[in-house]
Design a protein around this ligand. Structure first.
Ligand code: NAG
Ligand code: NAG
Length: 625
């Protein structure tokens, strides 16, 4: 039972009260559906009771108490009160939302047909005690706004009273203009037009008939507004031009120029003497394309790379014929007429001036590199002396004294044994006054300094600071690292060919740490089994590990010592002041350097720059400007 429980006033419900002897009846025994609640009081035998229906229901019951039992006199079942039909609305419909029929408690919702809108505020009706609440909602046709056009465009159709489904057609007044937008718009069910009123504007039509045009950008669009730009891509037998060349629609409906596909002026081959490997042909020859080229033999490239421009490859020509310049031979004269240059293979003759050798004419040839071959000096019969640097004449035949006549022999050696000798040890003066080989040269020291690695485990046969090239150094391994008793090293071009090879039965010597050292942590039978490493001052150790052990005959990987940086005059290149004292900074450390007086870092206007050190490399990110 719904609704608040009501205490029923007895004066209302008790029709008549007749007192008859007999058993009384109880209110709780009256149980009909949809009635007002009955209060549990006692009724005397013979008493009559009326029971009303609950709100919204129609009917009633009349009962009499007879010997403790209720007798039903009249029974009109409680049924829902009817509201009748809720009412149709023109151009709309309704739907029962709650309840099965139009009885008390029912609810209906109204909806307008497409193209109509509800003008009533409430679209819902309820069946209440007094009938349907609210009024039947009203649906009215939607109206689209009045169409306004400018003088350029005409609109036909219901432009003022547009209702759902109405169409408006537009046309341009001037035949020179095109509609920018839809030529037809519709009034939609929501009372808005399906699109804006179009404008008549100047357009350009894209009519590309060029067979080489393979694509326009944007693709597929044919009408363009003034200011819009189109690109074309041309194709055709590797002769493509105007790649994505763009052109623009102007205010008078014309393109700013007629797009065409031209034959590329960048040809393959680039010019007749350029040799292009085959794969170059697969590419296009569009504007902006770049090509590097090789020249066919006998030609030399004047530019390593060329770019395809409207005027063809630039720069050009790319391969020029290799030619020999007129020869310049002291004390000689060209036989015959002289030219400004000579083709490869050209032969000419020259003759030495009187008193110079050779006396007979010499024929020389322009070779494929543009050099004259067969050239000889015109000599007065002696070979020239040359400057001696790091080298000396060991002896001469017949002597070391000048002049060096044909047949004269010189033998050389380096002034320092540890220098490298380049060239021929002995050279001879030829009859034409030339040496048969150029003067030899000496340079570059090839000494070895004493080995530093694991020196404490060996005894050297010869203690020196410098060992000359190819010198052999014998060493004996010290106890207990003398499993192999001795070995030899050789200085080979400044480097020892190997390191000391000494080991014990248990462990090899601890790994050598460059720019660092170790201290012994533990030993076993005089063999070192654990060490700790430290780096030289200013060097930074890479690992913080107290002890490194030798396990099963192998040492744990040692750390490294990272190098410090020295602030040297390189900083002056960055317009920084070189500190007056030597400054070293450790790896990963920062240091602030002042700009030169009056200079700063530009954008930040700081008069200093922070520099840092990375394993010996000074890192300077900024310079002073
Ligand atoms: C109704 O009233 C009678 C008499 O007062 C009592 O015996 C009975 O228990 C009552 N029933 C209820 C449901 O209160
Ligand atoms: C280094 O030179 C010595 C002496 O000639 C030679 O015995 C040894 O085998 C060489 N070592 C290597 C690795 O070539």
């Amino acid at each position: 039972m719904r609704g608040p429980v009501q205490i029923i006033s007895f004066s209302c419900f008790l029709f008549s009260v007749t007192f008859v002897q007999g058993q009384e009846c109880f209110g709780e025994d009256i149980t009909y559906e949809n009635t007002q609640p009955v209060v549990n009081v006692s009724y005397a035998d013979g008493e009559t009771v009326n029971v009303n229906c609950m709100t919204g229901y129609i009917g009633f019951y009349t009962l009499q108490c007879k010997n403790g039992q209720w007798l039903t006199f009249i029974a009109r079942r409680c049924s829902r009160k009817k509201c009748g039909h809720p009412g149709e609305t023109p151009n709309g419909y309704f739907k029962l939302i709650e309840g099965r029929d139009y009885t008390f408690g029912a609810m209906v919702d109204y909806t307008c047909k497409t193209g109509y809108e509800m003008t009533s505020r409430i679209n819902r009706r309820h069946c209440r005690i007094k009938g349907w609440d609210n009024s039947v909602p009203v649906c009215e046709e939607v109206r689209c706004p009045v169409i306004h056009t400018d003088g350029e465009v005409t609109a036909s159709g219901n432009t003022k009273e547009g209702t759902y489904g109405d169409a408006i057609h537009f046309e341009c007044v001037s035949s020179d203009k095109k509609l920018d937008g839809n030529s037809v718009i519709y009034c939609t069910e929501n009372g808005v037009w399906s699109g804006p009123v179009p404008q008549c504007i100047v357009t350009c039509q894209l009519e590309l008939t060029e067979p080489e045009v393979i694509k326009t950008i944007p693709w597929g669009k044919t009408v363009f507004k003034a200011g819009e730009t189109v690109g074309i891509i041309c194709s055709g037998k590797n002769r493509v031009f105007n790649k994505q060349e763009t052109f623009t629609c102007t205010n008078n409906g014309k393109w700013d120029y007629k797009p065409t596909c031209e034959e590329s002026r960048c040809e393959v081959p680039l010019n007749q003497h350029v040799y292009l490997p085959k794969y170059y042909f697969s590419g296009d020859l569009n504007l902006g394309a770049k090509r590097s080229c090789s020249c066919e033999s006998g030609y030399r490239e004047t530019a390593a790379e060329a770019t395809c421009t409207r005027d063809g490859w630039t720069p050009k020509p790319l391969c020029t014929e290799i030619m020999c310049d007129p020869p310049t031979i002291p004390n000689a004269k060209i036989v015959g007429s002289q030219k400004s240059n000579y083709k490869i293979g050209s032969r000419i003759e020259y003759k030495c001036r009187p008193g110079f050798e050779p006396e007979e004419p010499v024929q020389i040839t322009c070779d494929s590199q543009g050099q004259w071959t067969g050239t000889r000096q015109c000599s007065d019969g002696t070979c020239q002396e040359q400057e001696l640097k790091n080298i000396e004449i060991l002896f001469g035949y017949p002597s070391t004294a000048l002049p060096y006549k044909p047949g004269h022999i010189l033998v050389f050696r380096c002034t320092d044994d540890n220098m490298r000798f380049y060239g021929q040890r002995a050279i001879e003066c030829l009859p034409d006054g030339r040496w048969n080989y150029p003067y030899p040269q000496c340079g570059g020291k090839v000494q070895c300094s004493q080995p530093t690695k694991n020196l404490q485990f060996v005894t050297l046969s010869d203690e020196k600071t410098e060992y000359s090239n190819f010198e052999i150094l014998t060493y004996t391994c010290n106890k207990p690292y003398n499993e192999i008793p001795r070995g030899v090293l050789m200085c080979q071009n400044g480097k020892w060919n190997e390191t000391f090879d000494c080991k014990s039965k248990i462990c090899p010597p601890p790994p050598y740490l460059q720019n660092g050292d170790y201290s012994i942590d533990s030993t076993k039978d005089e063999v070192i089994t654990a060490v700790s490493y430290t780096c030289q001052s200013y060097y930074v150790i890479t690992k913080q590990q107290d002890v490194y052990k030798c396990v099963d005959g192998k040492w744990e990987t040692p750390p490294k010592c990272l190098r410090p940086c020295e602030i040297d005059d390189i900083v002056e290149k960055y317009n920084l002041q070189l500190p007056t004292e030597k400054v070293y900074i450790r790896h990963a450390e920062k240091y602030t350097l002042n700009c030169r007086d009056g200079w700063n870092t530009g954008s930040e206007l700081k008069p200093y720059v922070d520099v840092s050190c990375s394993n010996g490399n000074l890192q300077i990110d900024k310079s002073c400007n």
